[in-house]
Design a protein around this ligand. Structure first.
Ligand code: CA
Length: 222
């Protein structure tokens, strides 16, 4: 899953990016509102973490413009501790949730997981397809009860497939949700990672979950 973080305090921004990457998210950073708005309008993020007090455009202006432009990506707003009016205005402008600074990183992660659940029928912290189970807080993956060890990139690729089970995913879809802004589209890295994943998730099992859709991309189905 790919996250945009818009935060002008560079230390806080890089702390959040590093922490989210350790949790297997692909993360892009913007340090002011206009850049944040541009990135949010031109990329497919799964979540936007948006500070309210930003140079050039405030977080509230950014979320208003995004919603006016039809961008429905869930937004988690970061606000100052005592600013009730920011929180009220933020929620009224189209933010989905907020977190007051300073916050515990675990709470940020839990709120991100909650926002990712909102658009789906899946209300549990586990994702399941057939006998495959992904436990989101611990990143533990099992198939038919057997542990499957995945690297962070393999995990986030599998998570994207499982969240979109039954859908045909193009390489562009996959790049946009699993890799960050620095992804080089002139490589075959996606196919390479899908092979890694197949070796771990499908190879030793009779029933295959990941399927190639010739000329289009890939799909994961039960
Ligand atoms: Ca700020």
């Amino acid at each position: 899953m790919r996250i945009l973080v818009v935060e002008d305090e560079k230390k806080v921004a890089s702390f959040i990016k590093k922490g989210l990457e350790e949790e297997y998210y692909a993360v892009d950073l913007a340090y002011e509102g206009e850049e944040g708005l541009y990135l949010a309008e031109n990329n497919s993020y799964d979540i936007i973490v948006l500070d309210v007090m930003l140079p050039k455009k405030t977080g509230l202006e950014v979320v208003k413009e995004l919603r006016d432009g039809g961008v429905a990506t869930p937004v988690l707003m970061l606000t100052a501790k005592d600013s009730v009016s920011d929180r009220v205005n933020g929620l009224d402008s189209g933010c989905d949730d907020y977190l007051t600074k300073p916050f515990a990183f675990d709470e940020l992660l839990a709120r991100i997981r909650a926002l990712l659940r909102r658009g789906t029928k899946e209300k549990s912290v586990q994702l399941k397809v057939a006998d495959l189970v992904m436990d989101l807080p611990t990143h533990k993956v099992t198939r038919a009860g057997r542990d499957i060890e995945l690297t962070s990139k393999e995990y986030s690729l599998l998570e994207y497939f499982v969240r979109n089970k039954g859908r045909i995913l193009t390489r562009t879809n996959i790049a946009e949700h699993v890799w960050d802004y620095n992804f080089d589209s002139f490589t075959n890295v996606i196919d390479v990672y899908i092979n890694y994943l197949r070796n771990k998730v499908d190879k030793d099992f009779k029933k295959k979950l990941i399927h190639t859709v010739r000329g289009v991309g890939y799909t994961l189905k039960d």
